[in-house]
Design a protein around this ligand. Sequence first.
Ligand code: CA
Length: 430
Amino acid sequence: MPNLLLRSLSHTASACIFLLLSACSEAPAQSLATAANTPGESHTNLPATIIPAASEQLSFADWRALLRSDAIAAGIEPELFDRAFAGVSPNPEVLAADSSQPEFTRPVWEYLDGAVSPARIARGRSLLAQQRDNLTRIERRYGVDGEILVAIWGLESNFGSNIGNHNVIRSLATLAYQGRRQVFWRSQLLAVLQILQHGDITPERLIGSWAGAMGQTQFMPTTYNQHAVDFDGDGRRDLWNSSTDALASAAHYLQASGWQQGQPWGFEVLLPGDFDYSLADPENRRSLAEWTRLGVKPVNTSMSMASASPATLLLPAGHRGPAFVLLSNFRSILKYNNSTSYALAIGLLADGLRGGAGVHGSWPRSDRQLGRSERIELQTLLAQNGLEPGPADGIIGANTRKAVRAFQQRRGQPADGYPSYELLEQLRNY
Ligand code: CA
C-alpha cells in the first residue's frame, strides 16, 4: 500500500476513523503447521525453540538457524531456505516503521480526496474498460463486481504501479526477530516460504511493502496462501505480474469474506433534524425498513428501502458531516483491510467508476483534528469523569466513542460519539 509509514498496526475497525490506514489484510486461520494468525496471540502449536521472549537474546544468526530447522520440519526444502535467506540481515527501517506512532493523521476527508481523486476515477474507468472480459469472467466465478475489484486494485497499488520494493524475506525476518508481534510475523514468514516452495515466484523477485504485503492487491503471505488464485492459467499464482491473477484473487478473498452479489456496500443518506445520533454505532444493526421509519432517507440508491437487510449507520466526521448506511458488503471489505476509512474509500471509488456523483454532504473541513497526545488526554479526562473510555492509548475505539457519547448526553449535545476539539476543550474545563 502507499503511505506505509502512516499505517498503524491497529486491528480494530473502531480505531480506524482516526488511524486512517490500518494494517495489511489478514486472513482467517491458516493450515500452516505453526499458524498463529491473530496478532500478539500466543499459540500452543509453536515450536518451543523460538519463543518471542527468548528470541531477543539470540543473535540473528542463531535465531535464523532455529527458524531454519523449524521451517525444514514444516516441509521447506533446505536449499530453498538458504537461497531465500542469502545475505539477509535485519532492516532498521522496517523496525522503525513498525514502532512508529505518528502524532498526526489526516482527517477522513483529506484521505478520501486522495483515495477517490478524479484522476484515479478516470484511470480506473479506462482500466475497467480494458479488463472488461477478465472482470466478467471473474464476476461469473466469484460473484464480485468489477468496479469493487478495480477500486481495491487502485487503492492497494495504484493499479499495479506501486507494489513496494522491500525484500519480503528481510522485512518479515526483521519483524519476526525483533518486531512487536513476533508470533504473527513468524507465521507470515513461514507462509512466504511456502509461497516460494509452491513456485509462484522466485526468492530474487519476492518484493513487497515494508510489512510484507505483496503484489498488485497487497496480500499478506497467509492471505496469499489461502486466497490467491491462478486465473490466467499459467500454473502460478502471480499477484506481482498478472493483473488477472490479482483481480481474481481479490474476488476470491471477498467471496470468502461473505460478499453478497448484487448488493451495494452501502450508500449516503440524509438524516432528519431531530435524529438520535447515538444510533450511529457499528453494533446497532437495523433493517433498512427500520432506518426508514426513523427518518433516514437515501441520497440516491436503486436499493429498496423496504429491504430487511441489516444495516448500520456511519458518521465518519460526526453529526456535522455526511452520513452513510452500511450493508454487509462493507464488513466484507473490512476483512480485507480493517479500516473504516479504507472501506469507505473502496465503496466511493467503486461508485465513482460507475459514474456516481460523489459525496453529496459537506465535510467539516475547518474542524481541527485531535493529535495522538490530545486523544490520550481526551481519554484520560473521560476516565477521570467516570466514563470508562478504555485504556488511554490514543486509539478512538468503541469504548472511547461510548464514553464521548455519554459525556455529550450529559451536556445535552448531539450524541454522535465524535471526539472533536471542542469536546476536548469542554472536558478540560469541566
Ligand atoms: Ca497465473
